[in-house]
Design a protein around this ligand. Structure first.
Ligand code: PEP
Ligand code: MN
Length: 338
């Protein structure tokens, strides 16, 4: 429920209502604006009715939040959220590229690709230390060693890092090494994991859409993280499973426009997993900019033939330079800054 106060309402009036909301076991929200203060009360609908807020003289209007998700909704916050990844501002007029290998494999591999993306003006490095693989026989990632290499690359190249978390017990450990937790498609509805990154950290979380998840399920998964205490969530469309087999997944660009309309959170596109085809990453990146995404996350490798995971979709240094040049006019046309 959203409670809009009259322009002359004081902070004391707001606090009186917030106390009442808390005393009923509901979650109070305080959103001071330039002209008016807006309050929120989240929780059990039946308890919400007991508030009798219409009897408070400083309450101007009471509106229900109709969507099942609340904290992520534009109904609650009309303006775009800006999320910081290690000081790099994501959303709100920025178009941000995150790039790096699928997996961290060695110092030489990670430093090589870091240097290449840095030269291309990319501000953020990705790389998996814990890999959720379809087969138990595939490379599972370097684990802690991978996290250490990511931190070393961050320090050497001044590139804050994004890396996937697959176990809620790793939230504290990873807090020391990464600037943004990635929650992968396979874990979008791992509710203990969502709560762990919400409760134990205020670092950004890049939440990828599950391969069979609806957009409402994605938004409710983001709601878990924010409800647990961490508002710094970035949504990511990474392709869904459809009847189509020509590409690894079907990149659902409807999702980007829909999510931007319904939510204030930044929305990213992953054209690497979304297509699984190296040559399609460039055109789908341009499409992502055009449809209103706030950024892309792209896999790159200096020697894709030797990659331990997802080599078939990794961009080489040349592909990557072309990609950066090709998205530039699209980013300008979208009125954003690269
Ligand atoms: C990845 O980013 O390498 C990855 C495993 O992504 P997804 O969860 O989207 O499959
Ligand atoms: Mn990958």
């Amino acid at each position: 429920m959203i409670i809009i106060l009259k322009p002359q309402a004081s902070e004391k009036d707001a606090n009186e209502i917030l106390d009442k909301i808390s005393s009923l076991g509901l979650k109070p929200l305080y959103m001071p604006g330039i002209e008016r203060t807006v309050l929120g009360a989240l929780g059990d609908e039946r308890v919400l009715r007991q508030l009798h807020l219409d009897s408070y003289p400083m309450v101007d209007e009471i509106k229900p939040v109709l969507s099942p998700y609340k904290l992520v909704s534009r109904e609650l916050q009309a303006h775009d959220s800006i999320v910081s990844i290690g000081g790099v501002k994501v959303g709100g007029g920025n178009f941000t590229v995150i790039a790096g290998p699928c997996s961290v494999e060695s110092e030489a591999q990670l430093f090589g690709v870091s240097e290449m993306i840095k030269q291309q003006g990319v501000p953020l490095l990705r790389g998996g230390a814990f890999k959720p693989r379809t087969s138990p026989y595939s490379f599972q990632g370097l684990g802690l060693e991978g996290l250490k290499l990511l931190k070393a690359a961050k320090e050497k190249y001044d590139l804050p890092v994004v890396s996937e978390i697959i176990d809620p017990n790793d939230a504290k450990l990873m807090h020391e090494y990464v600037d943004c937790y990635q929650i992968g498609a396979r874990n979008m509805q791992n509710f203990r994991l969502l709560e762990a990154v919400g409760e134990q950290s205020d670092k950004a979380v890049l939440l990828k859409r599950g391969m069979s998840a609806t957009l409402e399920e994605l938004l409710l998964a983001a709601e878990y993280i924010i409800n647990a205490g961490n508002p710094n969530v970035i949504l990511c469309e990474r392709g869904i499973r459809t009847f189509e087999t020509a590409t690894r997944n079907t990149l659902d660009l409807n999702a980007v426009a829909y999510l931007k309309e319904k939510s204030h959170l930044p929305v990213f596109v992953d054209p690497s997993h979304g297509t699984g085809v190296r040559s399609l990453i460039n055109p789908l990146s341009r499409a992502a900019v055009a449809v209103g995404a706030d950024g892309i996350i792209v896999e790159a490798h200096l020697n894709p033939k030797e990659a331990l995971s997802d080599g078939h979709q990794a961009l080489t240094a040349d592909d990557f330079a072309t990609l950066m040049a090709d998205i530039k006019p699209f980013v300008s046309a979208a009125g954003k800054t690269l």
